[in-house]
Design a protein around this ligand. Structure first.
Ligand code: ASP
Length: 308
């Protein structure tokens, strides 16, 4: 059996067995909640800190709900958009908060690598969970996307999955690629304008496209991404109307995919830019299922790193 995780900062190089264990546990927690158990006490007496240096709606609230449903106490520490920069201040903040006897820190930061720095600086016994660092990783989003796909299409080996949009700046895309690859997806198609694509060498096992019509043909799941302007150089910034024409997911394009293709988006959605309203709200949309699964995946991760 793969060893229990003490921290979760990335899905890169995690064994398939570990990912499957987390997904299975998320399913078990979902079933328990569906049968009326709203609150478990496995983390009673433990304290979890939400340390968010970037804004968040879904991730922060679902980590909070996940921790509370497992019986932990939660402290929310929102630093907001710009106030704290990397370096001394971060570790000062960390040590101040640690003096309150934390068991886990859930961190989001604009700089890639911050969660690993916290792993090295945090007191031993404190677990670190990455809630999104720069464009590098968003491991719980990768897990919840994998879970959402697995609930409909557990046959990962047979799937064609398309990720379309601003992949270069997307930590979600990176964690999705790591999760799907580990679970056996053989056809991962990446699509976007050249300025928003990752280098081919970063993901040589994926197929790279600039034509969305070609990429989506026969796809079983399509994940569209927001233009992450906060991480873009102004030269990367496309004209939004022209972008929608080439890379927006509308009904015409969705009809090119395989029947029943799952439509996914990590949120926040920009309707009319990367996805049309009728698709975001349509019968094939799994976007709200993703949000629901986020709570159970985060419960599973907290349980993994904190259970005694
Ligand atoms: N919510 C996701 C993230 O934090 C996706 C996004 O912001 O576009 O990376």
């Amino acid at each position: 059996m793969s060893p229990r995780l003490r921290h979760l900062t990335t899905l890169e190089n995690l064994p398939r067995e570990t990912i499957e264990r987390l997904l299975d546990r998320a399913e078990a927690l979902r079933d328990a909640c569906a049968h009326g158990t709203r609150k478990l006490n496995v983390l009673a007496g433990r304290t979890v800190l939400n340390l968010f240096f970037e804004p968040s709606t879904r991730t922060r609230t679902s980590f909070e709900l996940a921790a509370r449903r497992l019986g932990a106490d939660v402290i929310n520490f929102d630093i907001g958009f710009s106030s704290t920069s990397k370096g001394e201040e971060l570790f000062d903040t960390l040590h101040t908060l640690e003096a309150m006897h934390l068991d886990a820190i859930i961190v989001r930061h604009k700089h890639s690598g911050t969660p690993d720095e916290l792993v090295h600086h945090a007191m031993s016994g404190v677990s670190v969970i990455n809630a999104g660092d720069g464009n590098r990783a968003h491991p719980t989003q990768g897990l919840l996307d994998a879970l959402t796909i697995r609930q409909h299409r557990p046959d990962f080996e047979n799937l064609t999955v398309v990720i379309c949009g601003d992949i270069k700046h997307s930590r979600v895309a990176r964690s999705d690629i790591h999760a799907f690859s580990a679970l056996g997806v053989k056809r991962i198609r990446l699509c976007g304008p050249a300025t928003l694509m990752p280098a081919v060498e970063e993901f040589p096992h994926c197929q790279h496209y600039d034509d969305f019509d070609a990429a989506i043909e026969g796809a079983d799941a399509v994940i569209t991404l927001r233009l992450q302007k906060e991480r873009m150089a102004s030269t990367d910034l496309p004209d939004e109307a022209a972008y929608f024409t080439r890379y927006g997911l509308d009904q015409r394009r969705l009809a090119l995919a395989a029947k029943g293709c799952l439509v996914m988006h990590p949120g926040p959605i920009n309707r009319g830019i990367e996805i049309a309203t009728e698709v975001a709200d349509g019968a094939q949309s799994r976007i709200l299922e993703q949000v629901g699964n986020g709570v159970f995946v985060r419960m599973a991760v907290l349980n993994e790193v904190l259970a005694r």
